[in-house]
Write a protein that binds this ligand. Structure first.
Ligand code: FEO
Length: 660
């Protein structure tokens, strides 16, 4: 019997679930099954968006015939030729000889590789940007090579803003009748399987996924319809945020994933000692026995965590087989931007540490902790000490957040004022998310390389602009000049885009070709860029971005941080001591003195003592006051906490001046 669900009035999910599959692609365990999604668009023309795996062929064809209800199938759009989506294509053609297969040239080549039917006589070959009119709806095709195979394309339905995303945004797990991600608690219950799916299926192809995200960022997307897992119709920000991180190999979490291979438990013991020591140092750890946990789960953990520790016995003069598989797999999946450490064990010749490191040395941007702990059989007191030293080194290798979320306090040999000697410019950083335009002030825009034209910006995570860039992957930087008034800093720096619409009351902007605003007054240049990497730096994310557009707007000199302090920022007067006296309630004139003389007449409005009110002197403050030199926010208390962050402009204690 058919089993379908409506996506919209005229688009139906006609896929199926397989809960008997033990390993997907012959490798990846599927404890909760997998869904194979296929969608039928029922417009003036009918269009099938991919077929399904042969395991769910029976219900798929029942679904298709039920939903067609006797209508011809005009088009079968094939986006990906991996057989979990295309295995039923030959039967589809037999059942529906009237169908035109819509695909790109690479897909056509693969169709002929897999099948013997005459594909040429029934194919419509499309390329990037081509459109297929279905009536009310229209499909535009976007090439997405290596997400996950080279022939992949995705389809954008322009009327409804629907992205048929092929493998992208898929997840392991049967969908249990809940077609939409908002019908489950996705981030709590499904994110781990989405991550495991992403890292293992397309994790190797981060730049290609980033390229697809970049193309998608220019589209208004109301719904994402992947070939596995749930359809996204609301709250896509969270999963887009994860995709930006995964594609750029940015860790999601400042934590250590410890993977160990142990034959008789001694290497496991060393890993446990290290994990305990790290926990005692406030570092979060996760442990995996590679003999029990398959590599795909550990790979997902490695994509999630900032730090990795590998502990392995020496086996056949090499690395223990499961650990060797894991490390090969990690390198093959392009793991990068991580800090790694090693523990080796060997009763007569421990070599696994050097060999493990060697397998990861070809990965990009890896930091290796030099201390490799070497065990000879069981852990001895000296080696326990070595493990504690390794824990010290790992713990100090990343800025550990304190309870307030700020980095740990700098040791005493770092003078905070030294950082004020660095020179900075000042910029308006702008972003767009749908109709929402927003911007904030930053001092961290830098040119990184000339070829390609690549820049970096570091953005505080508390800023809405940060979240918008993380989600959309695009931003603009406008370079402020010395003519910029304080009001621009107040406008973009002292209020949050979550509370105000900064571009509703601001006229001096234009829109760049990426759809993001840039500032046209008191600026001398702007840059429009797309993110190629996002690195988590505790309080800030460092975005590396390639410039797509840049223009000079004026010849005025750029404003520097020093110029801002010297010439733009208003000087705060020292607070006057509040004295007692009498205030005229008619004109506000204040008579200083304890007693208002009999018959006194206000020198301003000429009213008499009956119109004066007594004001008592202000109580002498018992605590202290600091003023933020950036935005003027005042903090009162006994001490300014060392990890204090200004609630308005997010600057730290180094930018606060004590008033009393
Ligand atoms: Fe779901 Fe690449 O196939």
């Amino acid at each position: 019997m058919y089993c379908t669900r409506n996506v919209t009035d005229d688009i139906v999910w006609i896929g199926g679930n397989d809960r008997r599959l033990s390993v997907f692609e012959g490798v990846y365990k599927c404890p909760t099954g997998v869904s194979y999604n296929s969608y039928l668009i029922k417009d003036e023309k009918t269009a099938l968006m991919d077929t399904v795996d042969k395991s769910v062929a029976s219900v798929f064809f029942e679904n298709l015939e039920h939903e067609l209800d006797g209508r011809p199938l005009d088009y079968a759009v094939i986006q990906h030729m991996e057989p979990d989506h295309s295995a039923t294509l030959a039967e589809l053609v037999l059942r529906h000889p009237e169908t035109t297969i819509v695909c790109n040239a690479k897909l056509l080549t693969m169709i002929k590789q897999y099948f013997d039917f005459d594909a040429d006589s029934r194919v419509m070959v499309v390329k990037e940007g081509d459109a297929l009119e279905l009536g009310r709806r229209s499909l535009a095709f976007v090439m997405a090579p290596m997400v996950h195979w080279p022939e992949v394309m995705v389809s954008y339905e322009q009327t409804g803003g629907l992205l048929f995303s092929a493998d992208a945004f898929g997840t392991f797990g049967a969908i249990d009748g809940a077609l939409f991600a908002d019908e489950v608690d996705f981030m709590r219950d499904c994110l781990d399987e989405a991550r495991r799916y992403y890292c293992n299926i397309v994790g190797k192809y981060g730049p290609q996924v980033s390229a697809l995200l970049k193309k998608a960022s220019g589209l208004k997307i109301n719904m994402i319809l992947p070939l596995h897992g749930y359809v996204w119709r609301t709250g896509m920000g969270d999963i887009l945020d994860k995709y930006v991180k995964w594609a750029s190999y940015a860790p999601e979490e400042q934590a250590v994933a410890i993977a160990y291979a142990s034959v008789y438990g001694n290497t496991a013991n060393a890993a446990e000692i290290l994990s305990c020591a790290l926990r005692e140092r406030g570092v979060k750890t996760y442990m995996y026995d590679v003999s029990m946990t398959s590599a795909d789960y550990v790979i997902a953990a490695a994509f999630r965590c900032s730090h990795l520790v590998f502990a392995s016995t020496t086996y056949n003069a090499g690395i223990f087989v499961r650990m060797e598989e894991l490390l090969h797999d990690l390198a093959a999946h392009n793991i990068q931007n991580r800090t790694a450490a090693f523990i080796e064990n060997g009763s007569w010749a421990a070599t696994s540490g050097k060999l493990m490191r060697g397998l990861l040395e070809g990965c990009k941007n890896m930091t290796f902790i030099d201390r490799t702990v070497s065990l000879k059989s069981a852990v001895k007191p000296d080696q326990r000490g070595e493990l504690l030293l390794l824990a010290d080194e790992i713990a100090s290798s990343f800025a550990r957040p304190t309870a307030s979320g700020r980095a740990a306090e700098a040791p005493g040999n770092i003078e905070a004022a030294a950082f004020n000697r660095l020179s900075y410019g000042l910029f308006v950083l702008t972003a767009r998310d749908g109709d929402k335009l927003n911007g904030c002030i930053i001092n961290t825009a830098q040119m990184l390389t000339d070829k390609p034209h690549r820049i970096t910006v570091a953005v505080n995570k508390a800023n809405l602009t940060h979240d918008m860039i993380l989600k959309t992957g695009v931003f603009n930087v406008s370079v402020l000049t010395e003519s910029v008034p304080m009001s621009v800093f107040e406008h973009f720096g002292f209020a949050s885009g979550r509370d105000v619409h900064k571009f509703q009351s601001f006229a001096d902007f234009d829109i760049a070709s990426n759809g993001v605003p840039y500032i046209t007054a008191n600026t001398n240049a702007y840059f429009a860029a797309h993110v190629v990497a996002a690195a988590d730096n505790g309080t800030h994310t460092l975005f590396t971005a390639d410039v797509d557009e840049a223009a000079v707007l004026s010849n005025e000199p750029s404003v520097t941080y020093a110029y801002y302090f010297a010439h733009i920022k208003p000087k705060k007067p020292a607070p006057a001591e509040e004295t007692g006296g009498w205030v005229c309630r008619i004109c506000g004139f204040k008579y200083e003195g304890d007693t208002l003389p009999e018959g006194y007449e206000c020198p301003i409005c000429k009213h008499g003592p009956e119109d004066f009110d007594r004001v008592e002197p202000a109580a002498k403050p018992t605590g202290h006051k600091w003023v933020c030199d950036i935005c003027g926010f005042e903090y009162e208390g006994d001490t300014l906490p060392a990890d204090y962050t200004c609630p308005l402009c997010k600057h730290g204690p180094e930018d606060f001046r004590q008033v009393y």
